[in-house]
Design a binder for this molecule. Structure first.
Ligand SMILES: [Fe+2]
Length: 262
């Protein structure tokens, strides 16, 4: 990686794996396993956000019309993935945790935090939707100022939620949180993967925003898919939107690469 070019680990700091109690070569269990899985996904969001933030001005200044449209689609896709994640948490994951622990409202603080960046995120998607559909010229400064309106609150939320999940250790007698979360995600991702739009437009972001070398390779097993399926995914689906995914900080095997407009 070039030292002088911006990458996807800043300005919005990634969450260290140690926060979730993860260690290289050691399998996490229970609440720590759940916190680890969530931390991986939250870092996926942060790398995506940094990729957008660090390239917006350069794409606007020296990109072609196609670069700008592709970048708008890339940035818009990131928000779609984030919104889907929060929707799933509010509709399925958090209510089930409240029920399993027998503590109504246990996860409410996280839902409140979702509300705190909702308006900023809406402004972001509305603006990018106009750009990607050709109704507005892409302005890097404008996008940066919209991101500045919500990103710190979002980053805080993504870190705070890990603490809430680690707190489930207190209820370890009621549930194997790691196994439960894995089953819950399989139930959601399994049917979603049957849709071609999900395979080509959403799931690839879990690959290109994940860095298998992060923190000494602590999370190199992510995403948890068989290698043959991973190869198929690359060949059949990731290439569909390769013009969008080129703006990411990792390649189709989740290894770091330079940002084209960093
Ligand atoms: Fe989350």
């Amino acid at each position: 990686m070039s030292e002088s070019k911006a990458w996807v680990d800043a300005p919005f700091k990634l969450i260290p794996s140690s926060k979730a109690g993860a260690e290289v070569g050691k399998e996490s269990k229970g609440a720590k396993q759940l916190a680890s899985e969530m931390c991986i996904v939250h870092n996926v969001f942060l790398r995506g956000l940094n990729a957008v933030y660090n390239q917006a001005r350069n794409v606007a200044a020296r990109g072609t019309a196609k670069d700008k449209t592709d970048f708008a689609n890339f940035a818009y896709g990131w928000a779609g993935m984030l919104e889907e994640h929060h929707h799933t948490e509010e509709a399925v994951i958090f209510p089930e945790i409240n029920e399993l622990t027998g503590v109504p409202g246990l996860m409410d603080s996280n839902v409140d935090e979702h509300k705190a960046f909702h308006d900023g995120l809406s402004a972001y998607t509305e603006y990018l939707d106009k750009v990607r559909s050709g109704n507005e010229e892409f302005d890097g400064d404008k996008l940066i100022s919209i991101i500045d309106s919500f990103a710190v609150v979002l980053r805080d939320h993504l870190a705070n939620e890990i603490d809430t999940l680690l707190g489930l250790e207190k209820y370890e007698d009621k549930c194997d949180w790691g196994a439960w979360f894995k089953a819950a995600i399989d139930k959601i991702v399994g049917p979603a993967m049957k849709k071609s739009e999900y395979r080509s437009d959403i799931f690839p972001m879990a690959v290109i925003f994940h860095d298998k070398t992060f923190d000494g390779g602590v999370w190199q097993e992510f995403p948890p898919i068989p290698w043959l399926f991973a190869v198929m995914l690359r060949w059949l689906f990731m290439n569909t939107r390769k013009d969008w995914w080129r703006f990411s900080g990792c390649d189709f095997t989740s290894h770091p690469k330079e940002l084209p407009f960093g």
